[in-house]
Design a binder for this molecule. Structure first.
Ligand code: AMP
Length: 286
């Protein structure tokens, strides 16, 4: 496995593999890899000839006051994990390489970027779409692999690919969870053992909400959301729910008339466990 730091080198490597007819899979990450990331690399290796993984803690997707400086980084560890998962090239650029002085260009998926996470992290998705578009231009993959864990990110990037006619297949892979149901995340390292145990409540309530809709046939989504809130408050007073939303999975619009809705239902939430902000979601067919 090779480490590539320069944009032109990465582009040449991609062009070479394309020329000789190899299928390229690309997994963008911010590093501090866990089994969720590795599942994307393994899937990419399964479906493609060559796998590129990028490791870049993207400053433009963090808001002032967020954890950009503290975000966990351990390149050596990531290197070994990438290698053992079947990655062929790690693109590991410096911040100045990606965002040199006088960098001016951003891409934004309007409307979708302002919903859910966007309400609490304004500007976050503009950073995400910009970096992913840059990475797609650098790695030129046939397939890009994203996790369902970041459902809105996947929806926003799907829309960007569609709206800008980007020639890449988007593959969205299932969320990998800890044994207790907690969605794996690099940010879980901020949690104490006790908090990690208690954070299983988020996956639990998402499954409860799904049951309320599919089995109990509750039609008022506010009742479902209130029940989720109550369960979280009762079970784990250490946590606080920031939002819960029940939407479609494309435009992320609130589902008002669930009785007559026949698409995919996305229930997403963000919550604090102690000082750590976590997100999770569940996606199912109505
Ligand atoms: P990040 O390093 O957090 O930017 O994540 C890089 C990619 O890994 C994104 O597409 C995430 O959605 C995906 N990812 C993160 N956590 C998980 C998980 N627990 N299961 C599956 N994919 C994940």
């Amino acid at each position: 496995m090779k480490i590539i730091k320069e944009i032109s080198a990465m582009q040449s490597i991609s062009e070479y593999y394309r020329r000789i007819g190899k299928k390229i899979g690309f997994v963008p990450t911010m590093g501090f890899l866990h089994e969720g990331h590795l599942s994307l690399i393994i899937k990419a290796k399964d479906e493609c000839d060559i796998v590129f993984t990028s490791i870049f803690v993207n400053p433009t997707q963090f808001l002032p006051g967020e954890d950009f400086k503290d975000y966990p980084r351990d390149f050596l560890r990531d290197y070994h994990l990438c290698k053992s998962s079947g990655c062929d090239y790690v693109f590991y650029p410096d911040a100045d390489t990606m965002f040199p002085e006088n960098y001016f260009t951003y891409v934004n998926v309007n409307v979708l970027s302002d919903k859910l996470e966007g309400m609490f992290r304004p500007g976050h998705f503009k950073g995400v779409t910009t970096i992913v578009l840059k990475l797609l231009n650098i790695t030129k993959p046939h397939n890009i692999y994203l996790g369902q864990k970041d459902a809105q990110q996947a929806a926003v990037l799907k829309k960007m690919i569609l709206d800008l006619n980007i020639d890449v297949n988007l593959r969205i892979c299932d969320t990998v969870r800890e044994e207790n149901g907690l969605a794996m995340s690099s940010r879980n390292m901020y949690l104490s053992k006790d908090e990690k145990d208690k954070a299983s409540v988020f996956n639990f309530v998402l499954n409860e909400a799904k049951k309320m809709i599919l089995e109990d046939k509750i039609e008022d989504m506010n009742v479902v959301k209130q029940s989720v809130k109550n369960i979280i408050e009762t079970k784990t007073p250490e946590s606080s729910l920031q939002y819960i939303a029940i939407t479609d999975n494309n435009l992320l619009e609130d589902i008002k008339d669930i009785k007559n809705y026949n698409g995919e239902v996305l229930i997403s939430l963000a919550a604090y466990m102690g000082k750590t902000r976590l997100i999770d979601n569940i996606l199912f067919k109505k």
